[in-house]
Design a protein around this ligand. Structure first.
Ligand code: ATP
Length: 299
């Protein structure tokens, strides 16, 4: 028997980063949204843990590990350990989410693996336990389980669903070169001036609840955008091209280098994506949001 679970990419509509603590931890106050770019994870019982990775043309597959450092295997091991099981599985990942783009593709794979193995092995793990296991794997994994729109605190792993009355459309603009998350945080620390306790702007919460796209455009924010743009000044052109192509607002996704363009609706998103391709950005995907978290699509 095989079972396939689909999990979405995440974006941060607001990423508030607090001053680094003595243990090296940055407190976060973020608003997550799940967008319509997906990885599919298929699992089946097998005599040992293995992982294989295939994917869409735009995905840098060689960057994804095929050994036990793959976060999908770590997720499987954590679930088995939680239940005191010695079971093992074959994990096949089909990646549609660009790798190392600030879209949490690895976290999506971990969340999908947890849901898939929970079903395959009929474990009925309580949601609370699944979220706790997810949080132990990575800060963005609990949100990949939840999907929709949500707040994130702590390292981002403490999630709570947020009312979202919108049917939003984004153009996700990928980058050919990567950007190291630790390097962006290091530069954030060097720039200084971070607050102790970051907060989520109330205007953003209102924009989501009421589905007000103009208010959303005015209330997006990412504290990592300035340090990321210092490290990758070429991204400024992507932002300028996005506005010239008609986007309502631009935003860096997480620690980048992916850039997000807010659009009015699906037609507008396809038009903006076309404008970006004309301007030389060939990695553009119109994507709806919010979409569901990790969910089975094939039994
Ligand atoms: P982060 O902000 O956590 O660095 P990201 O969204 O920018 O995440 P991911 O696509 O999650 O980027 O990949 C980050 C790194 O994690 C990759 O460079 C890769 O080496 C490693 N990795 C481990 N497992 C996976 C996986 N299943 N899919 C993608 N990358 C993985």
């Amino acid at each position: 028997m095989t079972l396939t679970v689909r999990a979405p990419a995440k974006i941060n509509l607001h990423l508030g980063v607090g001053a680094v603590r003595p243990d090296g931890f940055h407190p976060l106050a973020t608003v997550y949204q799940a967008v319509g770019l997906y990885d599919d994870v298929t699992v089946a019982d097998a005599p040992e843990w293995t992982v294989s990775v295939r994917g869409a043309d735009h995905v840098a597959l060689p960057e994804v590990p095929h050994d036990s450092s793959n976060i999908a295997i770590r997720a499987g091991l954590a679930l088995a350990a939680h239940h005191g099981l010695r079971r093992t599985a074959r994990i096949e990942i089909y990646k549609g989410i660009p790798v190392a783009g600030g879209l949490a593709g690895g976290s999506a794979d971990a969340a999908a693996t947890l849901v898939a193995l929970d079903r395959l092995w009929s474990l009925h793990t309580p949601d609370e336990d699944l979220l706790a296991i997810a949080g132990s794997l990575g800060s963005d994994v609990p949100f990949a389980l939840l999907g929709g729109s949500a707040t994130g605190h702590g390292h981002g792993e403490i999630v709570a669903p947020l009312a979202d009355g919108g049917a939003w459309w984004w153009v996700v603009v990928g980058s050919s070169a990567g950007l190291s998350t630790p390097a962006v945080y290091r530069h954030f620390d060097q720039l200084g001036g971070a607050v102790e306790e970051p907060e989520i702007p109330s205007a953003l919460v209102t924009a989501l609840r009421t589905g007000d796209v103009e208010l959303l455009a005015a209330s997006l924010g990412n504290d990592l955008q300035a340090p990321a743009l210092d490290l990758r000044p070429d991204l400024r052109r992507t932002f300028a091209d996005g506005l010239a192509a008609g986007a309502l607002a631009t935003l860096l996704s997480g620690s980048g280098p992916t850039v997000l363009l807010l659009c009015r609706n699906g037609d507008h998103a396809r038009e903006v994506a076309g404008g970006m391709v004309e301007r030389g950005h060939d990695r553009c995907w119109p994507a709806p949001a919010p979409v569901a978290g990790a969910h089975p699509i094939r039994y």
